[in-house]
Ligand binder design. Structure first.
Ligand SMILES: CSCCC(=O)C(=O)COP(=O)(O)O
Ligand SMILES: [Mg+2]
Length: 232
């Protein structure tokens, strides 16, 4: 089947899991108390702090909300409020050049080549859309944001739910079968396939030392690097 657009995940797909877990998450965890103390009154920040407080029985102290959020970082919860706040915190890290975002060279090269060939590129990640823009705007391969035609996060729904992909397909305005979704998580690929998208499992040895083969692929095309992805 022809591919007319690429939709890609970030962590474990374009970029290493260890960069997210060992650099981004600890940075956000450390900065969270100071961030809430200095910016907690800004409506865009307050909105998410109040969401967390309400969901946790209406806790009234910001210190308790910070503890909940730090616990969620430790658990790698993909909660929209946490992801939005993390994005705001990482903005400082990128701006002060504390780090650049990891991208595998094969992913950067393939994205550049597909873009040059006129294939529209989209991102769907649990990271908030602002965090995605920062990520690709300050990547190891430079500012890649101009290559992307659209950005989607969990505001479209969870990544393991088929309806999220239906929402994304509607926003992209293409037939689902013309879109190739790339991810390192088979449950995300299952949901995308249920919504009619084509799928490829990115099974990077750096992130998944034990290759997922046979039944573990759930029948999705498996590649270890982006340069092995082939389409007309
Ligand atoms: C782009 S923001 C950093 C990554 C992040 O917070 C995250 O949860 C990534 O999850 P993904 O859906 O890209 O696997
Ligand atoms: Mg991922």
């Amino acid at each position: 089947m022809p591919i007319r657009a690429i939709l890609t995940d970030i962590e474990g797909t374009t970029s290493s899991i260890s960069f997210v877990k060992d650099v981004l998450f600890p940075y956000a965890r450390r900065a969270l108390p100071g961030f809430v103390a200095t910016r907690g009154k800004e409506p865009a920040v307050r909105k998410w702090l109040d969401t967390v407080a309400t969901e946790n029985g209406g806790m009234c102290e910001d210190g308790m909300v910070v503890e909940v959020l730090q616990g969620w970082i430790d658990e790698d919860r993909k909660h929209t409020a946490l992801k939005a706040l993390q994005g705001m915190i990482w903005a400082d890290g990128y701006r002060s050049a504390d780090f650049t975002a990891h991208i595998y060279p094969d992913a950067a090269d393939a994205l550049k080549s597909w873009h040059a060939d006129g294939t529209p590129l989209y991102v769907y990640s649990s990271g908030s859309v602002p965090a995605q823009r920062l990520f690709f705007g300050h990547s190891d391969a430079g500012d890649l944001t101009p290559m992307f035609s659209g950005w989607f996060d969990t505001e479209m729904g969870g990544k393991r739910e088929a309806d999220s992909y239906r929402n994304i397909v509607a926003a992209m305005g293409l037939p689902a079968g013309d879109i190739l979704f790339l991810s390192d998580v088979v449950e995300e690929l299952d949901a995308a396939r249920e919504a009619g998208l084509q799928t490829a499992l990115i099974d990077r040895l750096e992130d998944y030392p034990k290759p997922r083969t046979g039944e573990a692929t759930h029948g999705h095309t498996r590649v270890e690097t982006f340069d092995r992805i082939q389409f007309d």
